[in-house]
Write a protein that binds this ligand. Sequence first.
Ligand code: MN
Length: 245
Amino acid sequence: MIDFHCHLDLYQNALTLLPIVASRNLFTLVVTTSPRAWQATSQVFNGYKNIEIAVGLHPEIVGKKAGERELLLSCISKAKYVGEIGLDGSYRYKETIAMQESIMSDVLIECERGGGKILSIHSRNAAGRVLDLVEKHCQNSTAVLHWFSGTITEARRAKALGCWFSVGPAMLRGAKGRALLQELPKDRILPETDGPFATNHSTPLMPWEAITIADALADSWKTSKENVIFQLKQNLSTLIDGNSI
Ligand code: MN
């Protein structure tokens, strides 16, 4: 129904999937891992009103793609959506963390200069640092924290800062993700897959499978699946159109 964070350009059969995703989903946000990928994907995926392409630079590849920093900043004024951006504080990316922070700051500043963007943000092992940057730089932009895996305290801080959350089946598979879900505001949650990276029994999640989180949400919110779906559609409308259905 809605997939607010997937890498549709990175599925093996992306071009075959494209029209299927457009017809099965109400809305899909395709995040890209570099501005060059955004340029190419925007051309190839052009023509589907309910598929938006976000320009990004994935924190895991900042080391390899540092040369695309200026290109990224110059593309922001042309994009409504920015992602995947963010920080990854995992041990294997520790050498690039300063560069990641510097790029993310510049991106957030550029987004403000453009009147504010909708951002899909990676924060693995770096939730506190990401929230520091969001607090400092995001006045007009809306930060959507994708696959949030911080602490309960960090989730509360993110909520207080006005962040949104995109939540997927992979996040809700574990007890930690389900406990975090209890802290997240119902009116600022959207489904995501993070496919093809996120999988179900080693098979990439498909963009139309994001909505399978509705069952876990219904349990958590103690309401019906129908009410959950209504709420998620309303959330999408609030975020992308700035008003409720
Ligand atoms: Mn991703």
